[in-house]
Design a protein around this ligand. Structure first.
Ligand code: BDP
Length: 698
């Protein structure tokens, strides 16, 4: 009897580990790291010793399916590999080689690189290659990251909430750290290492001074210990006024010797606990945060003071250029450039200036930020937002790969044609030693980490593009889908099709043609294009669209704010004329009559309506597509995705209806014939309130 029961249990375990049946529950916890159905097990040998090499071997033993060749992990300078004469040029510290070859007369699959970190990346690359269909018997991969600092920014607060977080509470349980190291911290590090992410900023840019106190440094050190074997360093957001709040100084003036000494001592204290601490991220003089401007000092003065404190330890400072001031009447889109451009050449050589992809704020579509290419002497870090503050929170399916690709491929023309943002960011355009890219994390304590299965793809895409910004968003979508859902072509093709149309759908139903910042106040949930009563002008959606009876759009040409002059002359010339401006950015740069003739021959108004409708229709299409894979995806992830698509459909329609109701109240125009009227009147949309929407800072 007992034996029979054991057998049954054994059978169940086997069924669970095989995991092939789509009917089995899958809560998404494994991300892109699903264990192999029949793992390669003991066929992996490590030459040399380090915790990181052991982790690499562990990953292969768990996640790699049967390998046709024995696998050998070793650093490239290990004498055991010397007969192979592997090429080391261009590998750098983190590049790997994965090659099927013959070692001392025996066929073997070599995973190697100059450092154990590189070998770890090679191991993950091998797993990825297998899961995406490569023939391991003939594998020959060589890759090195193009960008040095590949960093996630957590906007996590010390009380466990996450600013703009839609995937549950913060992963970090600050209260039980440093004593309790939740196993999830390790799983988190693995997932990041698999993508090559090598830095994590632990706390919100709107930083509390407490994160720099001894108890919190100890907590950060505990996380650093967990992350270290995975090649990941920790960083902290620093509050500029900490010398006053923690050090009881009278000032935080960066030129004050006592302030400088305080920061130096603080950095020394951190490095005693975290010897490989990465450095500081700083949001200064932005949205109420303290900064050097409070003392009539420049951003360079502030950044350089912190840079001097971490420099002896090899640390860096990531200084954000996301600044705009209530006292500045100029176009908000111009303010960061105005403030930072004159500072080129004034930053210490361990400072990177971190610039959001666009000049306003992570909107569904923004033209590239004019600072890219405009500060040749300063390493520019690109900041992207993975958490979908403006693209439907956790519930909307919006694959951001195309958004990231669009900005990386954008041509600044700073050194002639082909001076892409990617080349600015990877340091190659101006030959910088430091280069970096940051993503505002979309991770929390939800079982599936990111609030939905498809949101995981945004984390994945960020990591892959950070490694190689020339990869295509579509290729990344495909490899993600294969690792996430398996290789059934119907599932993969369907997922990729949905993903590739999804971001444009959000643009269409929230505001096409470069309209931006039309959302509800504070929580940023849902439409609010009518909002005009907030204290600061640039907080109001009406500031951005400037719609009136005659037309719509923000004139950023020389008859308006002349923001276009911040771009290279060749780019500015193109943007000066609405006929040569890409239509996707038309109303960002121009104020045009509702009757403006679009390339399609239709009027601007007709075309806007068509785009709102197309956005809603694309979501309906995603719903229909998802139905076709119902029997091929596990029930748990399928159902959650289906339910979220329904939410998205409802909310897309809400955005469309509310926006059209408002635009019609402004322009007095009828809807083109055959177009459905908004479900409610404008007053109804205006009356909606969401005080409990998630992610809202407090
Ligand atoms: C905006 C967010 C706000 C952030 C700010 C920032 O609404 O919560 O603090 O950006 O990046 O997108 O500093």
């Amino acid at each position: 009897m007992l034996k029979k029961r054991l057998l049954t249990i054994g059978a169940c375990v086997a069924a669970l580990t095989i995991g092939a049946s789509p009917a089995l529950a899958n809560d998404g916890y494994n991300l892109w790291l699903a264990p192999a159905a029949s793992p390669s097990g003991a066929n992996v040998r490590v030459i040399g010793q380090s915790e990181t090499l052991e982790r690499a071997a562990g990953e292969l033993r768990r996640d790699l399916g049967a390998s046709p060749l024995p696998i050998i992990l070793a650093k490239i300078d290990d004498p055991a590999l010397s007969t192979l004469r592997l090429p080391t040029a261009g590998l750098g510290e983190e590049g790997y080689i994965v090659r099927a070859t013959s070692l001392d007369g025996h066929p073997a699959l070599i995973v190697t690189g100059k450092t154990d970190r590189a070998v770890l990346y090679g191991a993950f690359a091998l797993i990825r290659a297998q899961k995406t269909g490569a023939n391991l018997a003939a594998i020959d991969l060589q890759s090195a990251p193009k960008i040095g600092l590949r960093v996630l920014n957590h906007w996590d607060n010390l009380d466990g909430s996450v600013e703009r977080g839609y995937a549950g509470q913060s992963l970090w349980d600050w209260w039980t750290l440093p004593d309790f190291k939740d196993p999830r911290y390790t799983d988190y590090a693995r997932a990041n290492a698999a993508l090559g992410i090598n830095g994590i900023v632990l706390n919100n840019v709107n930083a509390k001074p407490e994160s720099l106190t001894a108890p919190y440094i100890a907590k950060a050190a505990a996380l650093a210990d967990v992350f270290r074997p995975w090649g990941i360093r920790v960083y902290l957001s620093a509050r500029f006024s900490a010398p006053i709040e923690l050090g009881h100084l009278k000032t935080a003036d960066p030129l004050d010797p006592e302030v400088q000494a305080w920061w130096k001592a603080k950095a020394d204290e951190i490095y005693r606990e975290i010897p490989d601490f990465g450095g500081f991220l700083v949001k200064a003089n932005s949205e109420g945060q303290p900064g050097p401007r409070d003392y009539h000092r420049s951003h360079a003065d502030g950044a350089n003071m912190l840079a001097a404190a971490v420099a002896p330890h090899g640390g860096i400072v990531m200084w954000r250029a996301f600044v705009y001031a209530e006292t500045d009447p100029d176009d908000r889109a111009k303010q960061a450039y105005t403030e930072f451009h004159p500072l080129d050449g004034k930053f210490a050589d361990n400072v990177l200036v971190q610039v959001k992809n666009g000049a306003i704020d992570f909107q569904p579509r923004e033209p590239f930020h004019p600072l890219f290419g405009a500060m040749p002497k300063t390493p520019m870090m690109l900041e992207l937002q993975l958490t979908k503050e403006y693209l439907g929170f956790a519930t909307h399916l919006a694959y951001l790969g195309p958004l990231f690709e669009e900005v990386l491929d954008a041509d600044t023309q700073a050194k002639g044609k082909g001076s892409t943002v990617a080349k600015v960011v990877d340091g190659s355009l101006y030959g910088h030693r430091l280069s970096g890219i940051a993503g505002v994390a979309n991770v929390g304590r939800d079982r599936d980490w990111s609030g939905s299965t498809f949101n995981q793809a945004n984390w994945y895409a960020f990591g892959r593009l950070a490694w190689d910004p020339t990869l295509s968003a579509e290729k990344i979508a495909r490899e993600w889908a294969q690792q996430t859902f398996g290789t059934d072509p119907l599932v993969v093709d369907t997922a990729v099709r949905m993903m590739m149309s999804s971001r444009e759908a959000v643009v269409d139903y929230t505001g096409p043609f470069g309209l931006a910042h039309l959302m509800g106040t504070g929580h940023h949930y849902g439409p609010g294009p009518w909002i005009s009563d907030l204290a600061r002008p640039e907080w109001n959606p009406v500031y951005y669209h400037k719609a009136d009876k005659a037309g719509i759009g923000f004139d950023r040409t020389k008859t308006g704010s002349n923001a276009i002059a911040q771009y290279e002359p060749a780019v500015a010339r193109m943007l000066a004329d609405p006929r040569t401006t890409p239509e996707s950015e038309l109303l960002w740069f121009h104020h045009l009559p509702w009757g403006w003739k679009m390339k399609s021959g239709r009027t601007l108004w007709e075309e806007m309506v068509a785009h709102y409708d197309r956005g809603v229709a694309t979501v309906a299409q995603m719903q229909a597509d998802w139905q076709t894979v119902k029997d091929k995806v596990d029930a748990e992830r399928w159902q959650k995705t289906a339910s979220y698509l329904q939410i998205q459909h409802n909310e897309a329609k809400w955005w469309r209806d509310a926006s059209l109701a408002y635009w019609m109240s402004v322009n007095g125009l009828p809807l083109p014939s055959g177009v459905a009227a908004p479900e409610h009147d404008l007053a109804w949309y205006k009356a909606q309130e969401f005080p409990l929407a998630p992610g809202h800072p407090h």
